[in-house]
Design a protein. Structure first.
Length: 765
């Protein structure tokens, strides 16, 4: 391998003081600050081949920031002229492998950045290193139109920890034009991400031209309307919507990504999420159609029928896809495949019998394994969502773990490669700020700090097993995201937190230090025209138990700037300054905002409190909520805050396939006669009302008396908001058991999968 050195030549200038703070993201492995500065000005020369992409890229980026259009030349009259050499910088050492070759580890991208008073040198260990060194250098160059820019002298020795550092984008639910896809790739490059997972097909749209099957884009790329508002609203427009990428456009985008050292992994969904394809070619379904491209979000029941004609169809599609994308992995989806059609399909039942399969789950495994054999025959590998574990994992498949970390753990223990992408930390379609102040999102609450706290290697894995964790990626599903500006808003600044996680230098204990570095990047976002979220300035809250109520704790980038009111009025600069948690013992509405120099820097958060005899009391759960929807833990049910039914974020507890069995200890015997509890229905998100709700009371915590059992019919009639009144009882303990809906019935979104049960405040009066 040829090792290059890319060097910048500068006119010599002596600077008196050194910059002490470097706001670099991802944080490098090693930084040594030195005395003095390098001066960047219009006379600076980039010493490189004039046809070098990296040199042109650097020239363009510096010009955008400073207005300097630097000369690129292999021949410079500068006294400190340095060109390309197949040698190492003084003081830099490489490991030597058994063949005598320079090496570092399996992860490409090691680089050295040396900034001296008269020159800047980027030395690489592989082809990617130069580009990553350039990205680091660019973060040291401000957007300033001045005669000269001073950059501190330093040495940086850096390399990534994880091989897979990815971002996903769904273009099926909403389509984004070619130029924005390129911009999205640039955003990944800014933070040294190396994988773009491009979700190209789904029920709501087929976005890639397949020449052998033109109806995939003639029919499948267009739907006759879309859902508007939240899924629970069930409202639609009738506007024809769609779009697709030609193969020439895809070649252009792949080449664009390659220059930026980003691999595009295409996703062609199968066997489920196939309605757009079946609307185009209904003969590959179980029923024969006819079908319409999906207008609603969620999981739809018509899927590919695993007959030989279908496999030929998919193999022909994959042949064209593989020719367009040089990636090692081809993503084949494999998730959320309802078995309803398969159960009643003669072709499917015959296949199960002929292949000696146990059931429809093993039929899905057969489907995936057969596709894998074909992809392997083309010299590629498959990766799929963690459902491909069901019924037996294909021999060479990699797993993308999204329903938590369990699937990734299971795959790694089976010695399969894994990309971690759990919804708890890596779903950027979740709310990133106070849900009440955010645009409609899918649900959940994944703020910046939570992303930064993620560790892609689960503690359950041994050292050897952890070697199968390739890395991590965040997913951006676009049911509720229909413009490039909204994509940017959901991406930034969370991508910065993820980049440091997958680079391997994040430290959750030093989140505040990361936060300070990140804020300095906001000027760059602004100058680049990026529509980024400012939720970092938002006042966030946490509720703690307190005597006769709760303590409402507020946080922001600078707690001294928080102003609040307790009478429901808007906070202003001379409102009460926050100093300590606010004691809440009666019904009231608290509003708070963050101020700087007398001006509001954040949106106002508004929190109504409803204080009852259960508020702030001790509560225990038999089953803990799912990590995606359990940020506040059991206390969420007695914190005095009621959840928004259209924005099920942090104020709800979500139980996947489990009952909610809660016991509240009032601390002493109390006279009660009314208990209220809220549950949620959102079938498109697999959230169902409980089958029943049982309420029992006790004086001693051992002997319980049943108060009532509320049927599913009653729950449905009351739209999940249950109020139970009864004769006065003198009790200390209250047990509320909400029975999970169980396996989702055929004909319903998510059929065959576990139901979600969402529960909110349990109020006792």
């Amino acid at each position: 391998m040829k090792y290059k050195i890319l060097t910048l030549l500068l006119l010599f200038s002596v600077i008196s003081s050194a910059q002490q703070t470097l706001n670099l993201i991802p944080k490098p492995n090693s930084v040594e600050l030195k005395k003095g500065h390098f001066v960047l000005n219009k006379e600076t020369v980039i010493v490189a081949d004039e046809n070098s992409f990296e040199a042109k890229y650097l020239q363009n980026e510096i010009n955008n920031r400073t207005g300097f259009l630097l000369k690129i030349s292999l021949n410079s009259n500068s006294k400190s002229k340095i060109g390309f050499f197949d040698m190492l910088m003084p003081g830099v050492t490489f490991e030597i492998d058994s063949l005598g070759n320079r090496s570092i580890n399996r992860n490409k991208g090691k680089y050295f950045l040396r900034i001296e008073k008269s020159e800047i040198t980027i030395a690489q260990c592989d082809d990617i290193g130069n580009f990553y060194g350039i990205q680091t250098l660019l973060q040291l160059i401000p957007f300033e139109k001045k005669n000269e820019i001073r950059i501190p002298c330093l040495d940086i020795d850096d390399q990534p920890k994880f091989q897979w550092r990815g971002m996903h984008l769904d273009v099926s639910r909403h389509f984004f034009p070619k130029d924005f896809i390129k911009k999205y790739i640039d955003y990944l490059a800014m933070y040294k991400m190396n994988t773009f997972h491009w979700h190209l097909t789904d029920d709501q749209g087929w976005r890639i031209e397949i020449k052998k099957y033109p109806k995939l884009t003639e029919v499948g790329a267009w739907r006759n309307g879309s859902m508007i508002g939240h899924y629970t609203d069930q409202t639609f427009n009738d506007i024809r919507y769609g779009g697709f990428y030609t193969q020439e456009e895809i070649k252009e985008i792949v080449a664009y990504a390659k220059e930026r050292h980003i691999t595009i992994v295409p996703e062609i969904e199968m066997p489920g999420h196939a309605l757009a394809a079946l609307a185009s070619y209904p003969e590959f379904s179980c029923t024969g159609g006819p079908f319409e491209v999906g207008k609603t979000w969620g999981v739809l029941e018509d899927v590919f029928c695993p007959k030989d004609e279908t496999f030929a169809f998919l193999e022909n599609i994959l042949t064209e896809v593989i020719a367009l994308f040089p990636s090692e992995y081809i993503h084949i989806g494999g998730d959320e495949c309802p078995k309803v059609r398969w159960k009643s399909c003669s072709h499917c039942q015959k296949r199960i019998k002929e292949e000696h399969l146990k059931d429809e789950h093993e039929l899905q495994s057969y489907f995936i394994q057969r596709i894998e054999k074909f992809v392997n025959s083309k010299g590629r590998k498959i990766i799929g969502w963690d459902e491909i574990l069901e019924g037996g994992l294909a021999p060479n498949a990699a797993v993308m773990s999204w329903r938590g970390t369990e699937g990734g753990i299971a795959a790694a223990k089976q010695k399969h490669f894994v990309v971690m992408s759990p919804g708890s930390h890596c779903y950027f379609d979740h709310y990133q700020g106070e849900p009440k102040n955010e645009p409609i999102a899918f649900g959940g609450y994944t703020n910046l700090e939570k992303v930064y706290s993620f560790n892609p290697i689960p503690k359950e894995l041994s050292v050897d097993e952890s070697k199968y964790i390739l890395g991590a990626q965040a997913n951006l599903w676009t049911e509720y995201i229909n413009t490039p500006e909204h994509v940017e808003y959901m991406l930034f600044p969370r991508i910065a937190a993820l980049s440091e996680v997958v680079w391997g230098t994040s430290n959750p204990k030093e989140y505040k230090e990361f936060e300070k570095r990140l804020i300095s990047h906001f000027e760059m976002y602004y100058k680049k025209g990026i529509n980024y979220s400012k939720a970092i300035f938002e006042v966030t809250s946490k509720v703690q138990p307190a005597e006769n109520g709760v303590a409402f704790e507020l946080k922001s980038v600078n707690p001294n700037g928080i102003k609040f009111t307790t009478d429901g009025s808007e906070p202003i600069a001379n409102s009460i300054s926050y100093e300590k948690p606010i004691l809440v013992t009666s019904n009231q509405t608290i509003k708070a905002a963050y101020f700087e120099n007398g001006k509001a820097k954040s949106a106002t958060i508004e929190q109504p409190f409803f204080i009852t005899k259960s508020t702030g009391k001790k509560i225990e759960l038999v089953h803990q909520p799912h990590e995606n929807y359990g940020i506040g833990g059991p206390f969420t049910l007695v914190d005095g805050m009621k959840g928004n039914t259209s924005k099920f974020g942090r104020d709800w507890l979500g139980f996947w396939g489990k009952d909610m069995n809660a016991t509240i200890d009032l601390g002493k015997t109390e006279m009660i006669s009314k208990i209220s509890i809220n549950t949620l229905l959102s079938e498109g998100s697999w959230i169902y009302y409980p089958k029943s709700i049982g309420i029992l009371v006790s004086k001693d915590g051992e002997n319980y008396i049943p108060i009532t059992i509320i049927s599913s019919k009653e729950i449905d009639e009351n739209k999940g908001k249950i109020v139970v009144k009864f004769d006065k009882q003198n009790v200390q303990f209250i047990k509320v058991i909400a029975e999970n809906n169980g396996i989702i019935a055929d004909g319903k979104p998510g059929a065959g999968s576990n139901s979600w049960l969402f529960v909110d405040e349990i109020s006792v009066e």
